[in-house]
Design a protein around this ligand. Structure first.
Ligand code: ADP
Ligand code: MG
Length: 255
């Protein structure tokens, strides 16, 4: 079992879209996946066509008042389970802050879960903030995948998240997570900027940069409004192909 955090403190860069479609692609390939929605906005939950629930989210397990495994629900996609998100998660930041081991609680829950469940990957969709949930996810992860928008501000954000990951590692809070990959999203082949940003990342992070690049696509953008993965919404389309290539590369790096 590997815990993968999809992280970037910037919002709107494609974290949730990547979490949903990586989870879907891996599940379709027969991997057993648990997707954990750690964002109070619960976009991964609604984007999969599931309901947000305050009782069923990570809130109670994180503060020790429910068992994580009781909040895992199956989805219509075989091999893909979900712990839904909920607005209530916003409040967990305050409650957790009062607990001594607050940054390692998520890791502890997942390590405990591993004893009784045989997921291949637990995928964490994280909120766009530098709060406790996000830091807990970085501390819980074995590996971190950063979706990066093909825009200039994306590069500034990248420097920041790399710094945060190092900080969490140095603090020795959880497992020493590695920055495993950077996935370029919302690529627009008509602009030089998109190309330049990819080149820049290629220069600084040649090992991490995924060859698969996710194009800006109306189909990708609208899929969550139907509660569907891109594979269900537009199988064979450019977005589905790109996310399939990404999933393939993701698995290849681990084989
Ligand atoms: N490749 C893409 N092409 C077009 N729209 C996209 C793409 N990826 C994500 N989106 C849309 O952009 C918005 C932000 O994406 P999202 O995955 O929710 O980002 P984050 O989780 O980082 O905030 C959403 O409305 C999503 O549907
Ligand atoms: Mg999101």
């Amino acid at each position: 079992m590997k815990i993968i955090a999809i992280a970037n403190q910037k919002g709107g860069v494609g974290k949730t879209t990547t979490a949903i479609n990586l989870s879907g692609a891996l599940a379709y390939r027969g991997k057993k996946i648990l997707l954990l929605d750690l964002d109070p906005q619960a976009n991964a939950t609604s984007g999969l066509g599931e309901e947000a629930t305050s009782e069923g989210c990570m809130y109670l397990p994180l503060i020790g008042q429910a068992r994580l495994e009781d909040n895992i629900i199956p989805t219509r996609i075989e091999n893909l389970s979900l712990v839904p998100g909920d607005m209530d998660l916003a409040g967990v930041e305050i409650e957790l802050a009062q607990m001594p081991d607050y940054l390692s609680r998520l890791r502890q829950l997942l390590v405990e879960l591993e004893k009784t469940h045989d997921y291949d990957y637990i995928i964490l969709d994280t909120p766009p903030s530098l709060g406790i949930l996000m830091t807990s996810a970085l501390a819980a992860a074995d590996e971190i995948v950063i979706p990066l928008q093909c825009e200039w501000f994306g590069l500034e954000g990248l420097a920041k998240i790399v710094h945060i990951i190092e900080h969490v590692r140095e603090a020795g809070i959880g497992s020493p997570a590695i920055l495993e990959g950077i996935l370029m999203t919302m690529y627009d082949g008509r602009t030089n900027l998109s190309k330049q940003v990819v080149e820049e990342v290629q220069n600084y992070f040649p090992e991490q940069l995924y060859k698969a690049i996710i194009p800006r696509s109306i189909r990708i953008g609208e899929a969550p409004s139907y509660g569907l993965t891109i594979f269900e919404h537009d199988r064979g389309g450019a977005g589905a192909i790109a996310y399939e290539q990404f999933a393939e590369e993701f698995l290849k790096r681990r084989s």
